[in-house]
Design a protein around this ligand. Structure first.
Ligand code: DGL
Length: 277
């Protein structure tokens, strides 16, 4: 098999990685994609780092055994816990992670107060703290962290417009607006599915103008394309195909849930397989 025709593996603790996959499909329309949701073990954000690292290594092994030529860890929590381990384990494979977009936020905030919504585990990680401290020092921006316990679980089960989800959002967003935040970083890949609700919660909390929202899905897709397009490596599949096996999904949770989510958010109906790892 030529390396360009091998699939790209995309991984998240659940459905959050679909907010990255949608951009990968747009920027890399010729690529076969395998999506792996570890929904049976979500939320990662409230689990021990070692547990998340072990699950991530398991998922990566599964995707590599499926012949993936590159891995996208479309989960901030898993990236913070395990990307260094994955790069040691698979030195030949391009591995792209995601991290909260503090840099683009610092570049556009006017009030110099930026809110960061993420899981507890991401915010506690050394990787995040280093990035935050370096940028705060270099730019004078204050990053105000908000761990969003429970939010990813609500999104996972499709509670986008529910009263409970809105209550949670108001609880997390109002204190940020009180502190003059004008830009909010979505530091968890589940949250982009709530962008509109987050903007509304900011306005309801008294924001004087629409909040700026930073989602890293698109830059991640661009970065992946650049990595595969390294001159002469032949890894990029530049042909746009239209084959039914372009996309397949695997979950450790309920297959119906992942199928419904693909359909609801992306209008796609890939085959979804239940796996135990
Ligand atoms: N989607 C994951 C992230 O980006 C977290 C969700 C979870 O807690 O499992 O951080």
């Amino acid at each position: 098999m030529h390396s360009h025709s091998k699939p790209i593996g995309i991984f998240d603790s659940g459905i959050g990685g679909l907010s990255v996959l949608r951009h990968i499909q747009r920027y890399l329309p010729g690529e076969d994609l395998l999506y792996f949701a570890d929904s049976g073990f979500l939320p990662y954000g409230e689990k021990q780092r070692d547990f998340v690292a072990e699950r991530t290594l398991n998922a990566a092994r599964f995707l590599i055994e499926k012949n993936c030529k590159a891995l996208v860890i479309a989960c901030n929590t898993a990236t913070a816990a395990a990307i260094h381990l994955l790069r040691i384990q698979y030195p030949e494979t391009p591995i792209i992670g995601v991290e909260p977009g503090l840099k683009p936020a610092a570049a556009i905030t006017k009030s110099k107060q930026v809110g960061v919504l993420a899981t507890e585990s991401t915010l506690k990680s050394e990787k995040f703290r280093l990035l935050r401290d370096q940028l705060a020092l270099a730019t004078g921006v204050r990053f105000i962290e908000q761990a969003c316990a429970g939010l990813a679980e609500h999104i996972e089960i499709g509670q986008i417009d529910s009263g409970n989800t809105n209550l949670l959002l108001m609880r997390y967003i109002a204190p940020l607006i009180e502190q003059n935040v004008d830009t909010i970083v979505l530091g968890c890949t589940h949250y982009p599915f709530l962008s509109e609700q987050i903007s509304n919660a900011a306005l309801e909390s008294g924001a004087s103008e629409p909040i700026r929202i930073i989602d890293t899905g698109e830059p991640v897709a661009i970065h992946l394309k650049r990595k595969l397009d390294v001159a002469g490596s032949g890894a990029l599949n530049a042909q746009a195909k239209n084959r039914p096996d372009l996309l397949a999904a695997f979950t450790t949770g309920r297959t119906e849930l992942l199928s419904e989510t693909f359909h609801k958010f992306l209008g796609l109906q890939p085959p979804v397989n239940q796996i135990t790892i």
